[in-house]
Design a binder for this molecule. Structure first.
Ligand code: 6PG
Length: 258
């Protein structure tokens, strides 16, 4: 059977960051509901940057079943878990310390391997295998949702422009020791993992994103890392942006409905 081409990204724009965050929270709760009804759990990968704060409309929101969430990091900086640069710490501060999610449902890197990134990324891959392998028994894990940000250079997770990791097609988790954005040591989910997710949502807000977003959506042939996120069928890619971020983009908008 021929492989079906990825479907086109769905671009939803909102007048303000608050409206964006409210819609994102609705979208996440719907994704969670479907996943829990089907499999009794909700697997999510989360990025750093502004994203954890953009999830704050989930705090206290009815319908969020925190005990069903299994959280991984789309990328993580290799620093102690309580370090100010840690994405885990950021997510704890902004979200997870404020909601009843069981601590063992948040899957962190093991910083005791900080001197050996091969080992550290292997250990994180094993953590993913424990969660996914028997249950979904696929070549790559199928996250219910992956939440990504957009860097000013078009990077996403820790997949940076021109880096050899852009062509990694085997590993689930890769490491980088020379990130152009500090801190230099990081791990990241790879494209095969990201692109096998059931849903991927990018979140980008503010005029500072306008040029990069225009390139990512209107000139995907330039191959910026964010443009290379194209989930395999039947996965679907969504962009949650505000009007300031999308001001230069020609790509058609879709009105947000649940
Ligand atoms: C990092 C950052 C980075 C960030 C993007 C988007 O690991 O260095 O987390 O990847 O997610 O630059 O940032 P904003 O969401 O803050 O715009």
């Amino acid at each position: 059977m021929p492989t079906q081409a990825p479907s086109s990204p769905v671009l939803c724009s909102f007048a303000s960051p608050t409206e964006l965050c409210d819609a994102l929270a609705h979208f996440i709760v719907k994704a969670q509901k479907e996943a829990v009804e089907k499999k009794g759990r909700f697997t999510v990968a989360i990025s750093g940057g502004s994203l954890p704060k953009q999830l704050n409309a989930l705090i206290g929101k009815p319908g969020v079943k925190w005990d069903k969430w299994q959280v991984f990091y789309a990328d993580e900086r290799v620093v102690p878990l309580d370090h100010p640069d840690s994405n885990h710490r950021l997510c704890m501060d902004e979200l997870f310390s404020k909601v009843p999610i069981p601590a063992d449902h948040i899957h962190t890197i093991d910083p005791s391997f900080a001197d050996d990134l091969e080992e550290l990324s292997d250990a994180y891959e094993k953590e993913l295998i424990r969660e996914f392998a028997q249950k979904d028994s696929a070549r790559f894990p199928v996250f219910d949702l992956i939440l990504l940000g957009l860097g000013p250079d078009g990077h996403t997770a820790s997949l940076f422009p021109g880096h050899p990791l852009l062509t990694e097609d085997d590993r689930w988790v890769a490491y980088i020791e020379d990130s152009p954005k500090p801190p230099p040591k990081r791990i990241t989910l790879t494209y095969p993992v990201i692109n096998h997710a059931a849903r991927i949502a990018f979140v980008a807000s503010g005029a500072g994103k306008a040029d990069t977003l225009q390139t990512v959506l209107d000139k995907p042939e330039e191959g910026l890392p964010a443009s290379r996120v194209r989930p395999v069928h039947p996965g679907q890619l969504y962009w949650f942006v505000d009007d300031a971020a999308v001001s230069k983009v020609e790509y058609p908008r879709t009105s947000f409905k649940l």
